[in-house]
Design a protein around this ligand. Structure first.
Ligand SMILES: NC(=O)c1ccc[n+]([C@@H]2O[C@H](COP(=O)([O-])OP(=O)(O)OC[C@H]3O[C@@H](n4cnc5c(N)ncnc54)[C@H](OP(=O)(O)O)[C@@H]3O)[C@@H](O)[C@H]2O)c1
Length: 503
């Protein structure tokens, strides 16, 4: 698709990028390949460098070799030796110790040398791609050392998820960051927000006039938000056994999608104004009525047992390496969420996400109310299904509108049809490339603000505590890998006379 003049992405100003955790899975599979992709699309300036840091003692050459292999495996078709060499000469590595303030001071010395060499004007972007336990010591290390000292350029810090483990730890994290960094320097990362189709939600809603008048409780019956995965926990049992699906997916991706679909139009399309409106949605979400003791009306959790996914036999969660054989960690959850404001009063938002489900699918479906007067009742056999608008986030990114037409040639028969818009080609940039570009250009639109991080934890922490204290080992597994999830999730909607969209 030809990008019109003025709409193209632009290369950022000279920068230095310090990746903490540069030898890890995320840095090697996502961040460093994303930088190659930016270079490939001429979206890097002449002057920049990447300084990787981790505790492993590695030579720069070895680090470059490992990174080259990672980039090649991420983008085999786009890999070009000459483009790689241009990036490789900007890649450096410094091992650090756990004594982080002194490590950060020695990193500062390396950074200052490289800044002179590459002329990066002290524009520093820190990316924390380390395990959550290392976040706080590293933030203090960066803050207490000279690394954070403001020079003539900017200092931005990107924090990978998870942003805390519960409300208390999230507040500690935001508080610690606030001690050393201003809000405009802090970038809480949710790579879902960088997906083209997620960014499109706001364009679709607010750049068209035909949908927004219907976007309220007069016309909408309910909304479903689904993020279904076919993968299991891969090699991340240590993290997942502590996190589970509600912390891993709902606190961030699902609640962020909810804010985009439910927010009011901001007066202007600016990061702070958009983030203000998103925060208002989270503040309007009705707390789960836990005191009434009927959690099943609001939340269902599950854990996968063995089964077949994509024609392949796979193990149950408890048989995954590193998982306790009696684990009560949830790999699936479905929630009913009510947004208590004028626009959404009485409209349930059903959110679900799980691992090892039948299909990989992420999307939002807006289910409209039936036509107010069914004049065809009696004349037609069967029910007239109401309109549904589906925003497909992945795969097959696009938008579907489901509506009724007359079956051509019939006496009086309905022909339900789907009007389908699909994005014509794969997107040029990966989510992480876009995120890095925005963080370098001080654009916080696609990042979560500290108040939203805290608010979403405030909402979910009591629910998670209640669920975790109530689940018994014999309750799980309660869905087979490769299925659509636990039967109790269907019951959650059936109680309201509704059904999930098929995966
Ligand atoms: N992997 C993903 O797909 C993914 C997706 C979303 C979010 N995340 C988040 O990204 C972060 C990194 O995940 P990962 O999967 O890449 O983990 P990982 O593979 O275990 O890598 C962790 C990296 O951090 C370094 N590290 C560990 N402790 C450190 C410390 N105290 N100081 C400095 N460096 C330290 C490790 O190297 P040394 O041990 O040599 O220091 C390694 O380079 C986590 O917070 C994770 O939740 C990951």
């Amino acid at each position: 698709m030809e990008i019109p003049k003025g709409c193209e992405l632009a290369a950022p100003n000279p920068f230095s990028l310090l990746i903490f955790g540069a030898t890890g899975d995320l840095a090697q599979k996502k961040l460093l390949p994303a930088l190659y992709q930016l270079g490939f699309h001429s979206l890097l300036p002449e002057q920049f460098f990447i300084l990787g840091a981790a505790r492993r003692k590695l030579s720069v050459e070895r680090f470059r070799e490992e990174t080259r292999a990672a980039v090649q495996s991420a983008f085999p078709a786009e890999f070009e030796e000459q483009k790689w060499r241009m990036l490789a000469e900007k890649i450096h590595y410094s091992p650090i110790e756990d004594n982080l303030v002194s490590s950060c001071n020695s990193l500062l010395a390396d950074c200052a040398t490289l800044e002179k060499k590459f002329g990066t004007r002290q524009n520093r972007l820190f990316y924390l791609a380390v395990p959550p336990a290392a976040f706080e010591p590293l933030i203090s290390g960066i803050g207490e050392s000279g690394l954070k000292r403001e020079g003539s350029g900017y200092t931005h810090i990107v924090i990978e998820k998870p942003h805390g483990h519960d409300f208390e730890s999230a507040r500690r994290l935001t508080g610690l960051l606030g001690r050393y960094f201003r809000q405009d320097q802090i970038y809480f990362m949710d790579h879902y927000l960088a997906k083209e189709t997620v960014q499109n939600i706001l364009m679709f809603r607010f750049a068209n006039s035909i949908f927004e008048p219907l976007w309220n409780n007069r016309f909408i019956d309910h909304i479903q938000i689904t993020v279904a995965e076919t993968v299991g926990i891969e090699k991340r049992s240590q993290y997942y056994e502590r996190a589970g699906v509600l912390r891993d997916m709902f606190q961030n991706h699902l609640l962020q999608l909810l804010t985009l679909i439910a927010m009011e139009p901001p007066s202007v399309f600016e990061a702070e104004k958009v983030r203000d409106e998103k925060a208002k949605v989270l503040a309007s979400v009705k707390p789960f009525p836990l005191a009434q003791g009927i959690i099943n009306d609001w939340a269902v959790v599950g854990q996968y047992g063995p089964g077949t996914v994509d024609g392949r036999q796979v193990a149950g969660y408890r048989d995954e390496p590193g998982v306790s054989p009696a684990s009560t960690v949830a790999t699936y959850a479905a929630l009913k969420v009510m947004v208590d404001n004028w626009r959404w009063n009485g409209v349930p938002f059903y959110l679900r996400s799980g691992k090892r489900l039948a299909r990989r699918r992420a999307g939002i479906s807006v289910h409209f109310r039936p036509a107010p007067h069914l004049m065809f009742a009696g004349a037609l056999e069967g029910n007239i299904l109401p309109n549904t608008l589906t925003l497909r986030i992945q795969p097959h990114e696009g938008i579907d509108l489901f509506f009724q037409t007359k079956l051509p040639g019939s006496r009086l028969c309905l022909n339900p049809v789907i009007m389908d818009f699909s994005y014509p080609e794969p997107f040029a940039l990966d989510d992480y490339a876009r995120i890095l570009l925005d963080a370098m250009q001080a654009d916080q639109m696609l990042f979560v603000r500290a108040d939203a991080v805290e608010k979403s934890w405030e909402l979910l922490t009591p629910l998670i505590d209640k669920i975790e204290s109530g689940v018994r080992p014999e309750d799980f597994p309660n869905y087979a890998a490769g299925s659509e999830g636990p039967a109790a999730a269907d019951a959650l909607l059936a109680k309201d006379g509704r059904k999930w969209d098929p995966l």
